[in-house]
Design a binder for this molecule. Structure first.
Ligand code: IPE
Ligand code: IPE
Ligand code: MG
Length: 251
């Protein structure tokens, strides 16, 4: 293998984890249906998978883990299911916050907070404030998140800056846009995994995924294990990321 200038052997070594892994956790409903259980049981089991995968991500040396928990389109579901999903975020933060904090996890929630219940917003703020100085693993939870809304919101903020004379329209670059997204300061995901066999982004990180590697797992989210995560990372390791350039082999 030839190394380009500036690249060290350890940078190129296979098995080195992707810096940022993002997961579209899909298939809770089908997991429950297969067992003749209510969908809520699938969502509850999904939270157990979250706990296991967050721990595994820290052990694998992943720096950023983003989990898609509730999309801006998930409000279209029946009210009782929406309530179940809201309740599970509450439960997860209440039950796991202290342990996550002890383990050096920094929590950040992306998405719109305006239409969330006040107690959920308070919990989110508490989790972010308590863990803000942690650095072992950054856990980003996309909740009431939609990529198109995120970009529209960034455009509104930039328009206000332009109106106030603080930004010149001609100065606006992709970096400017990125600075106004909810993910400002978070590197773009190297690897996006979607479980349950569906092959689409469903409005997840649509700006940030420009050069992400996509890996689709057939496992339903509650069945997704650390081994499956390792398999997805192995698949990522076999990919060659070119970012529009030429193959390193010259072919
Ligand atoms: C993922 O599971 C959880 C959320 C979208 C919140 P689903 O509820 O989408 O499960 P399926 O896709 O119906 O199986
Ligand atoms: C995407 O899953 C949203 C989350 C995983 C939170 P959905 O199940 O909502 O996506 P679609 O509707 O199948 O595209
Ligand atoms: Mg689904």
């Amino acid at each position: 293998m030839t190394l380009s200038s500036g690249q060290t052997m350890s940078d190129a070594a296979p098995g080195r984890p992707p810096r940022h892994v993002a997961i579209i956790m899909d298939g809770n409903g089908r997991w429950a249906a297969k067992r003749h259980l209510p969908r809520a049981a699938g969502h509850r089991q999904g939270v157990e998978a979250v706990r296991v995968i967050v721990r595994a991500a820290g052990e694998l040396g992943i720096e950023y883990l983003t989990l898609y928990g509730f999309s801006s389109e998930n409000w279209k579901r029946p009210a009782d299911e929406v309530n179940d999903l809201m309740g599970l975020l509450r439960l997860y933060i209440r039950r796991d916050l202290a342990e996550l904090h002890q383990n050096g996890v920094r929590i950040r929630i992306i998405g719109e907070r305006d239409h969330l219940e006040a107690d959920i917003v308070a919990l989110i703020e508490e989790a972010e404030a308590l863990t803000r100085n942690n650095a072992r693993l950054q856990l980003v939870i996309a909740f009431n998140y939609g990529g198109q809304n995120e970009i529209a919101s960034a455009v509104r903020k930039i328009a206000r800056e332009v109106k106030a004379g603080r930004i010149e329209p001609d100065e606006i670059t992709p970096d400017t846009v990125a600075r106004f997204l909810d993910t400002a300061g978070v590197p773009d995901p190297d690897l996006i995994i979607r479980t349950s066999g569906e092959k689409r982004l469903s409005n997840f990180l649509i700006w940030q995924s420009a050069y992400s590697e996509l890996v689709f797992s057939e496992a339903l989210w509650p069945d997704f294990t650390p081994d499956r995560l390792r398999e997805a990372i192995a698949e990522y390791d076999r990919r060659e990321r070119r970012f529009g350039g030429r193959s390193a082999s010259g072919a």
